[in-house]
Design a protein. Structure first.
Length: 314
């Protein structure tokens, strides 16, 4: 369950607050240690588009800790409490490097068993963990929740035909401005009152993230560099999926997801070979349910903890 202080905000006093190095940047992180004697299995968690570590992830980390699995939750470079410029810049290759550097850090902790390590991601990072499982042999098991699997197809579906053309035009204009002047353009995470393109054009998302900022993630900012969206269009996990043969993999999809589109996630799941994969389909839910609905979130977190318990504690 989510812990709250007297103001109703999420309480993180049960976690160790720390920093570690990632390519010369100090990244801010939370470490959740289980009760009892180690060494413990460990799962590394990071968030999606514009997320900070306080957003949703502590619920999953606590479920893991209750199951006897340590958890490290961190802010990517340029986000939240971490160093990095320009702020709010999302480069998936750099985020994958941050994940791997987080693994470098956590596997050296004395209470952690480096041979029993997993990774967890949600939304954009739900795709990242599929890549990590394919390229990093230290990853023994992985879980991706409502994952982004193909950025180009995802954006075409999210924006529609005409909206996608306007979106591409805005990215091209920002690119030319940056080349000419060095100026960094920002796009809103969700639709803004000023109008214009947003990366994720869903009004409900704006309401949900505003509530999450108030409730649990005050460091959240609803914008990212336009270059971040340009990089998203070149993002795909599909070339990596066949490498996951024999790697325990859990995907969680919401049947009403119009953000990361469950059909793209199912297509990715079908391309993962072997019988060590698990698909959890959440009915009567959309992409935002697993952030906004704490009861549903806790149920899914317990299922995720059971998956990692099976594959990291045996």
């Amino acid at each position: 369950m989510t812990q709250q202080d007297q103001s109703g905000r999420t309480d993180l006093s049960d976690a160790e607050h720390l920093t570690f190095d990632s390519d010369g940047h100090r990244l801010s992180a939370l470490f959740f240690r289980p009760d009892g004697e180690g060494p413990f299995p460990v799962v590394v968690l990071a968030g999606g588009w514009c997320y900070v570590k306080e957003l949703a992830q502590p619920t999953y980390a606590r479920a893991l800790a209750r199951a006897g699995i340590a958890a490290l939750v961190f802010d990517y470079r340029s986000f939240g409490g971490s160093e990095g410029e320009p702020r709010q810049h999302i480069d998936p290759h750099e985020q994958l490097a941050d994940y791997r550097n987080a693994i470098d850090y956590v596997e050296q902790r004395p209470e952690v068993d480096p041979d029993r390590l997993g990774v967890w991601g949600i939304s954009y990072s739900g795709g990242h963990v599929l890549v990590l499982g394919a390229i990093d042999p230290r990853v023994r098991a992985l879980c991706g929740i409502v994952p982004v699997t193909d950025g180009y197809q995802n954006m075409r579906l999210a924006h529609g035909t005409l909206g996608f053309r306007r979106f591409q035009a805005a990215l091209l204009a920002a690119r030319r401005l940056r080349a000419r002047t060095g100026e960094v353009t920002y796009l809103p995470h969700q639709p803004s009152e000023e109008g214009g393109p947003a990366t994720w054009p869903f009004p409900k998302s704006k309401q949900t993230f505003a509530a999450l900022k108030e409730r649990e993630a005050p460091a959240y900012r609803g914008e990212a560099t336009a270059e971040s969206s340009d990089l998203l269009l070149g993002y795909s996990v599909f070339p990596y999926l066949r490498r996951l043969l024999g790697k325990p993999t859990m995907l969680v999809v919401a049947e009403g997801d119009d953000h990361t589109h469950w059909d793209l996630a199912l297509a990715a799941y079908d391309q993962i070979p072997g019988d060590t994969k698990l698909l959890l389909r959440i009915s009567n839910a959309d992409h935002l349910t697993l952030y906004a609905d704490r009861d549903r979130q806790s149920v899914v977190a317990d299922r995720v903890a059971a998956f990692f318990t099976e594959h990291l504690t045996a």
